[in-house]
Design a protein around this ligand. Structure first.
Ligand code: BTN
Length: 260
C-alpha cells in the first residue's frame, strides 16, 4: 500500500487520523487490539497491512490474506451498550456496500457480516470488543476485502469453498487500485460513524436494513445442527435476526450461516 497516495485521497476527521501501516503482520485485529491495550490510542485509529499471516474470520475461521487484498482494522471508542455493538458490524457493511456501488458491482449484504457478489464472498467484517468492567473500553472493527486475488489463487488456497469466493478484480476483470478502494471505504466509514455519533444506533440500523436485500424474503440459516427456515422479518440493534416460520412463529436467530 502506498500510504502517501492513500492519505491524499482520505478526507476524514476521526477515522485514520492516526494511521498505522505494516507490510506484514499476524492479524490487523490482533495487533491493533494489543497496541490499544498498551497505549491510549484515539478513536478512529486505523491499522492497515498488505499481508496477514494469521488472518482471522468469524467463528475462529481462517481469513486467507495474500498480498493484493485489503486488511484493515479500525479502533472505535463509542459510548454504547455492549449488547448493541453489532451495530458497528452493520456500519462497516453499509460502508462496504456503498464502496462496491461506486464500482458498479451488484454487492449483497448477508447477515450477519458478509458481503457477496453473485452469491460469492468478497468481503467480511469481524468486530471484537475490549471490556472495561460492564462497559466497553474500545472495539476493533476488522474488514477484509478480496481485491486482487486471482481465480487460480482461490482454487489453490481454498479447497472446498473456492466456488464460493471471489474478488473485485475477478468480477471487473481488471487490477483494482488498492489506495482508491481503501480511501473510498475509509471515507464511507467516517460518514456512517459521524451519523452514528450525531443520530445514534437506530440511524445505522435503518441504513443497514435499507441495504439488506433479504428483508421480507424466504431465507434459510444454519446454526450448527439447527436450521431456521422462513421469511426474514427484521434485524434488531443487538444484531439478532427474526424469521417468521411457515407455522407463523417468530424465531430469533442469534448467529449462523445462510444456506444457499
Ligand atoms: C468473516 O467474514 O468471517 C470476517 C473476516 C474478517 C477479516 C478481517 S481482515 C482484517 C481483520 N484482521 C483479521 O484478522 N480479520 C479481519
Amino acid at each position: 500500500m502506498n500510504i502517501d497516495e492513500l492519505k491524499k485521497r482520505i478526507d476524514t476527521k476521526i477515522i485514520c487520523k492516526k494511521l498505522l501501516y505494516s507490510k506484514e503482520l499476524t492479524s490487523t485485529n490482533k495487533i491493533l487490539y494489543q497496541k490499544a491495550v498498551q497505549e491510549k490510542l484515539p478513536d478512529g485509529t486505523t491499522l492497515i497491512a498488505d499481508v496477514q499471516t494469521e488472518g482471522r474470520g468469524r467463528l475462529d475461521r481462517k481469513w486467507v490474506s495474500p498480498e493484493g487484498n485489503l486488511y484493515i482494522s479500525v479502533l472505535l471508542r463509542p459510548d454504547v451498550d455492549p449488547k448493541n455493538t453489532p451495530i458497528f458490524t452493520f456500519l462497516a457493511s453499509c460502508a462496504l456496500k456503498d464502496t462496491f456501488d461506486l464500482y458498479q458491482v451488484d454487492s449483497v449484504i448477508k447477515w450477519p457480516n458478509d458481503i457477496l457478489i453473485k452469491k460469492k464472498k468478497i468481503a467480511g467484517v469481524l468486530t471484537e470488543l475490549k471490556f472495561a468492567g460492564d462497559s466497553i473500553d474500545f472495539l476493533i472493527v476488522g474488514i477484509g476485502v478480496n481485491l486482487n486475488m486471482t481465480l487460480d489463487y482461490i482454487s489453490d488456497s481454498m479447497p472446498g469453498i473456492s466456488n464460493k469466493v471471489t474478488s473485485l478484480g475477478i468480477e471487473l476483470e481488471k487490477k483494482i487500485n488498492k489506495e482508491e478502494f481503501t480511501a473510498s471505504l475509509v471515507n464511507n466509514i467516517e460518514s456512517f460513524y459521524q451519523r452514528f455519533l450525531s443520530k445514534g444506533k437506530s440511524e445505522i440500523l435503518s441504513e443497514w436494513t435499507s441495504r439488506w436485500n433479504s428483508l421480507g424474503k424466504q431465507v434459510e440459516i444454519k446454526d450448527g445442527e439447527k436450521v431456521y427456515k422462513g421469511v426474514a422479518e427484521r434485524v434488531d440493534e443487538n444484531g439478532f435476526l427474526y424469521i417468521k416460520t411457515e407455522s407463523g412463529k417468530l424465531e430469533k436467530v442469534i448467529t449462523g450461516d445462510f444456506v444457499f
